[in-house]
Write a protein that binds this ligand. Structure first.
Ligand code: PEP
Length: 259
């Protein structure tokens, strides 16, 4: 099945609202006319509305970096799916390793957030991935199994377009280390097999599985050449619009690159 690549930028806790707006405007210009991939940015919550306006009329999609599972209530500091929809989001990153590592995210809280996102019509980008220790002890696939079965337990999907999964080996995030295309492909194929077990072959074949971990213009092509790698979740290299646009235009010839 043909899966259109998705190149998603996670701006983490970088950029003021004004800086985000400016970067979004530039990215919209730099990706104008791009048909080979969907492009998405996930700025901080404080910048969502401004970025949504800056992207109006472009094809760049807007995502958030997290959400809370309740619709509203006394949850100081939290943001609901409905608030994200009202801010112009179509996607939301869930269970990023930084949230698992520093903010107590578990497979069960991932599951609740996924449920809330889907109910509000948002596409969850569910992050999974092993630590260096887990990889070294040969537990990578076991960890992925646990994160997928826990995070998607009793989650109903209407089709494969309503979910994105991001495989992000924790040891490759922000470190300059990248999984080899072969290592990434193995993990992605395994994830797709598990998704097929949960949702059937047809749905699993339509779910985009992104790779994340030090993706750059220099390594995107070899990653994208693998059959189960359907795009990238990009942290550091998404902050400069020029660099990010080069990643998004990975499928074009060098002479076709606008940067
Ligand atoms: C990320 O934050 O999801 C990520 C993959 O970061 P980086 O590209 O900087 O490794």
């Amino acid at each position: 099945m043909e899966r259109k690549p998705l190149i998603a930028g996670n701006w983490k806790m970088y950029k003021t609202p004004a800086e985000s707006e400016e970067a979004a405007r530039r990215l919209a210009e730099l990706t104008r006319g791009l048909t080979g991939a969907d492009v998405l940015v996930a700025p901080a919550h404080t910048a969502l509305v401004l970025v949504s306006r800056a992207l109006a009329g472009s094809d760049v999609l807007l995502g958030a970096q997290n959400l809370h599972w309740e619709k509203e209530g006394a949850f100081t500091g939290e943001i609901s799916a409905q608030m994200l929809v009202g801010s112009g989001c179509s996607h939301v990153i869930i269970g990023h390793s930084e949230r698992r590592q520093y903010f107590g995210e578990t497979d069960e809280t991932v599951r609740r957030r996924v449920e809330a996102a889907l109910e509000a019509g948002l596409v969850p980008i569910v992050c999974v991935g092993e630590t260096l220790e887990e990889r070294k002890s040969g537990d990578t696939l076991k960890v992925l199994d646990k994160q997928i079965s826990g995070g998607l337990k009793k989650i109903f999907l209407k089709d494969g377009h309503s979910l994105v999964v991001a495989y992000e080996p924790v040891w490759a995030i922000g470190t300059g280390l990248t999984a080899t295309p072969q290592e990434a492909q193995e993990a992605h194929a395994h994830i797709r097999k598990r998704l097929a077990g949960l949702y059937g072959e047809t749905t699993a074949a339509a779910i985009r599985i992104l790779y994340g971990g030090s993706v750059k213009p220099e390594n995107i092509r070899e990653l994208m050449a693998r059959p189960d790698i359907d795009g990238a979740l990009v942290g550091g290299a998404s902050l400069a619009p020029e660099t990010f646009a080069r990643i998004a235009r990975f499928g074009e010839t060098e002479s076709g690159l606008s940067t």
